[in-house]
Design a protein around this ligand. Structure first.
Ligand code: IVH
Length: 700
């Protein structure tokens, strides 16, 4: 039955009323009706819509929930790129002073000019989102992606009650709102509790939980996840007489019905900024969500335009971080872990404590040397630090709170000089900080971790061979060395399907992935062996230098020292590894099962025009992955280093480049964007066959 004008008007009125209640409840946190009344209105609208489906609009409150899963998230091009902000690494007031000074200099203001007004906000720890409203209706929601192209998550975003499907008031023809989707800490704890009870994945922190929840193919999953949102800026705008300050923009967004965080201020001059930084530091613990700093933006939009951008970062904004978070808790005991290379690591067992958005129950103590230096003893109150995503560490004891005189901790004595995993002898070299198990591949800890390392994405890349499967394969005695993976009498679809959490399909897929890994590169193979101190870069250097595996197997220490960037420590580790008969046996077996292209020991870096030049990569490049950029650089003889120093020749910076970029600027180094890097390398004299081989060496 076609709806009459009257019914249409009734549906419109119900929608408007429901939207008003949603806004009051989810944005203003001030409910206007009892839940039962809301439900009654909702059901009334649902009934009207089911009788007259032509009345349903995508922006109806009934359309927030559910929908069919989509096969993939479509790509969305951002008309106005989603940029990142420069991070001020000096976490003291000086950070604010330095930013203000940069802005004043860039604007050509001298000391007599009045102080600059800023909009000061929180730096939310979630993921950036762009919401496109056309004539006030939400038509598109996209993630940031690489800044130019993101993913279409419209159907997922519609399930967030805080995000209006219709803007209030007189909305312009086009208004793109930029902001952050995040998860509150209490919501995160509840979600993880429910996940655990259901035997599902536990999220490591609220940010990962928010990202995982938003990027679902099935919007009904997102609908069940407690996500929140704050608006903090604009993207493309058409037909709107935009306010002339950023604070004004945020006020306008709030008036359109969008959630804007109340903790923001107009701050004047560097003192104003520092004051905000300090006030928010006080508030931080009591906020219901995580922040990793504050953000300052020049308030005047005219000045923002004048200041412009440098390498995809606005000159008019900065993120001012807080120092790593530290808390006090009790050291209940010290456990030991055996690493992939046999390193015995002491791990602090702590009374659970909430720090930086997660509950921490253990933290690394690194090695005996560190325990001695810090003088931590079991039973002590200790300070635990967590910075970003790194493993929490014990900073030191609070000696004043020590009760009595607990004994000093002696790692070797505590484990009776034997490996807790395999009972082999544990030794600590004379000038070594680290104690090691001598059990090699006999030691299940080393064997499990050796297998995980071998299968890793940057090693031979066996998709699906995760920690749990490895643990089961080792525990069941099916696999002892990486070579066993390729023995189809041991590892096959039937055997795998018997393992826990493995269906037939995953078993077949894993067999396929193992088979695919048979084709690899020499560099990946060398890296996959897990030789101590032979990381990805060294493995590439070795592969390029020797060309063939035999060259490496036959090399003595002197020969290895000829390889560019291989020093005595690395050379000794390689020789020791290859001196072990068990390791040679495994390599021989792997050679039977695997294949990689071998070359003459030819493509020596000296041939390239960038021989000896050091590059540092930082941030996310618009289209190149880090490994791709590294391969391109290496193809012309350049080296990619992990940190910036005076010796760095070029710094390649992308979005969200942090302290490395700051340091590069301080040192006055050459900073390139992706395009400039391509131009530079294109100009290099690449001899086609070799460069091709190296260029595509990394298949990830
Ligand atoms: S403004 C042009 N404001 O930080 C500036 N970003 O590196 C665009 N973020 O991915 C960003 N809180 O997701 C801005 N109050 C805030 C923010 C904020 C968090 C995130 C944002 C972006 C990253 C910038």
């Amino acid at each position: 039955m076609v709806a009459s004008t009257e019914i249409r008007a009734q549906a419109d009125a119900l929608r408007t009323e429901l939207e008003r209640h949603d806004h009051a409840y989810y944005v203003l946190d001030a409910p206007t009706v009892p839940d039962a009344e809301y439900d009654r209105l909702f059901r009334e609208l649902q009934a009207l819509e089911s009788e007259h489906p032509e009345l349903i609009t995508p922006a109806s409150p009934t359309q927030r929930v559910g929908g069919q899963p989509s096969p993939e998230l479509a790509a969305v091009h951002h008309a106005v790129p989603m940029l990142s902000i420069r991070t001020e690494t000096d976490t003291t007031d000086e950070g604010a002073v330095a930013f203000d000074a940069r802005v004043r200099r860039a604007l050509g203001l001298d000391d007599t000019a009045p102080p600059i007004a800023y909009a000061a906000e929180l730096k939310f720890d979630g993921l950036a989102i762009s919401l496109r409203y056309e004539s006030g209706v939400l038509v598109l929601a996209a993630t940031r992606g690489d800044g130019s192209t993101g993913e279409d998550v419209t159907r997922n975003v519609r399930t967030l009650r805080q995000i209006p499907l219709h803007l209030h008031g007189d909305a312009p023809p086009v208004l793109e709102v930029r902001g952050e989707i995040f998860m509150r800490r209490d919501d995160f704890e509840r979600l993880n509790g429910a996940q655990e009870a259901a035997g599902q994945k536990i999220f490591v922190n609220p940010r990962n939980a928010a990202a995982g929840s938003l990027r679902q193919l099935d919007p009904s999953i997102t609908a069940r996840r407690p996500l929140s949102f704050f608006a903090y800026g604009l993207g493309e705008v058409q037909g709107w007489a935009q306010p002339d300050t950023h604070s004004g923009v945020l006020d306008a967004l709030a008036a359109f019905g969008l959630p804007v965080c109340e903790h923001r201020d107009r701050a004047v001059g560097p003192q104003g900024l520092a004051g905000f930084h300090a006030r928010m530091a006080e508030l931080r613990q009591s906020l219901p969500f995580d922040i990793d700093g504050v953000v300052y933006k020049v308030d005047s939009i005219a000045r923002q335009l004048e200041l412009g951008f440098v390498s995809r970062e606005p000159r008019w904004a900065v993120a001012h971080k807080y120092p790593a978070q530290e808390v006090a808790t009790r050291l209940l005991g010290i456990d030991v872990q055996v690493g992939r290379t046999g390193a015995i690591t002491p791990v602090a067992r702590l009374e659970p404590v909430f720090v930086g958005g997660v509950t921490v129950t253990n933290a690394t103590l690194h090695n005996q040397g560190e325990i001695d230096r810090k003088d931590v003893r079991i039973g002590d109150w200790v300070i635990v630090r967590r910075a970003g995503d790194v493993i929490p560490e014990v900073v030191g004891p609070i000696v004043e709170r020590r009760e009595g005189e607990p004994a000093r901790f002696d790692l070797l004595a505590a484990i009776g000089h034997t490996c807790p995993e395999c009972g082999s002898h544990v030794v600590r070299g004379e000038d070594e900080a680290v104690a090691r198990c001598t059990g090699g591949l006999f030691c299940p800890a080393q064997c499990k971790q050796a297998l995980r390392h071998f299968a890793g994405r940057r090693a031979v890349d066996i998709d699906g061979l995760g920690e749990q499967i490895v643990n089961q394969l080792v525990a069941a005695g099916i696999v002892k060395t990486p070579a066993d993976l390729y023995d189809s009498a041991r590892v096959n679809a039937e055997v795998l399907a018997e393992l826990e959490r493995m269906g037939e399909r995953s078993a077949t897929n894993l067999v396929k992935a193992i088979d695919q890994s048979r084709e690899t590169t020499l560099a990946r193979f060398i890296f996959a062996l897990g030789i101590r101190n032979v990381g990805e870069t060294t493995a590439k250097d070795l592969a390029r230098y020797f060309g063939k595996l035999d060259g490496l197997l036959e090399a003595d220490e002197a020969a290895l020292l000829q390889v560019p960037d291989v020093g005595p420590v690395v050379a000794r580790c390689i020789v020791e590894f290859l001196a072990e008969a068990h390791n040679r046996e495994v390599i021989a077996a792997l050679r039977q099962a695997m294949h990689w292209p071998e070359t003459e020991a030819a493509a020596r870096p000296e041939a390239g025009r960038f021989a000896g030049k050091t590059f540092v990569l930082t941030g996310t490049l618009p289209s190149l992955r880090r490994d791709e950029a590294a391969s391109m650089i290496e193809a012309v003889g350049g080296k990619v280093a992990g940190s910036v120093s005076k010796k760095t020749d070029y710094v390649v910076a992308g979005a969200d480049a942090g302290s490395k970029l700051d340091k590069a600027r301080q040192l006055g180094l050459v900073v390139l964007g992706e395009d400039e890097l391509r131009d530079l390398l294109r100009a290099a004299d690449i001899s086609p066959p070799d460069s091709q081989a190296v260029l595509f060496e990394d298949k990830q």
